[in-house]
Ligand binder design. Structure first.
Ligand SMILES: O=C(CO)[C@H](O)[C@H](O)COP(=O)(O)O
Length: 220
């Protein structure tokens, strides 16, 4: 039987064909992306650099000798490779389990193709089983939490965790996200919210799902 980590690695391997020959890559965050970064090491001579979504990925890229570039200096990207916490049949996602959702959303928006890599356990019919992460400005944490209760969720402060942007994270449990685009817009409009971890306005373009039978490709 394959472990979730084996399936993550399979998905990461399958993503390599989407990035070969592309000099500047967008790189996400998480254990699946860590496999992808490690696999990139063999092709580092082909890569001019990467725009990274977190300090953790930046460190890993640099260790392998892949230069990390500032998004401001490179313009739009050809391709962004990142993981997800949940994926629905429209390739809309929940992200932010690793806390890097804000930079991830920026890079996804600035990329022509978003290739999402994940193990099959992330695939769901309806988003919301995974607690929805929201990055907030620290002084707004309680206010935003109260708004989440009004929306039917149960917010939980990720206590002690500080994002790379100096923000805090609220994880909202028990939301059944039937209208992801609407909910993404509504939550993003609450004062104090930096980013909500729903990626529906800009979903993935391709999902590579690691399964014991091989990698399944889903595309829009
Ligand atoms: O959104 C993320 C980080 O903010 C990750 O992509 C997500 O949490 C999936 O992580 P993993 O690959 O470790 O399962």
């Amino acid at each position: 039987m394959s472990s979730a980590d084996d399936l993550k690695r399979k998905a990461a391997e399958a993503a390599l064909e989407y990035v070969r020959g592309i000099p500047i890559l967008g790189i996400g965050t998480g254990s699946t992306v860590n496999h992808f970064i490690d696999l990139l090491a063999d092709f580092r001579h082909e890569i001019e650099g990467a725009v990274s979504s977190s300090e953790a990925s930046t460190e890993r890229l640099k260790k392998l000798g892949i230069p990390v570039l500032d998004l401001n200096a490179v313009g739009d990207l050809e391709v962004y490779v990142d993981g997800a916490d949940e994926i629905n049949p429209h390739l809309q996602l929940i992200k932010g389990g690793g806390g890097a959702l804000t930079r991830e959303k920026i890079i996804a928006a600035a990329s022509r193709k978003f290739v999402c890599i994940a193990d099959e356990g992330k695939y769901v019919d309806v988003l919301g089983r995974f607690p929805l992460p929201i990055e907030v400005i620290p002084m707004a944490r309680s206010y935003v939490s109260r708004q989440m209760v009004k929306l039917g969720g149960q917010p939980q402060w990720r206590e002690g965790y500080v994002t790379d942007n100096g923000g805090q994270i609220i994880d909202v449990h028990n939301l059944e996200i039937l209208k992801p685009i609407e909910l993404e817009q509504n939550i993003n409009n609450i004062p104090g919210v930096v980013t909500v971890g729903i990626f529906a306005l800009r979903p993935a373009d391709v999902v590579l799902l690691g399964t014991p039978e091989g990698v399944k490709t889903l595309s829009r």
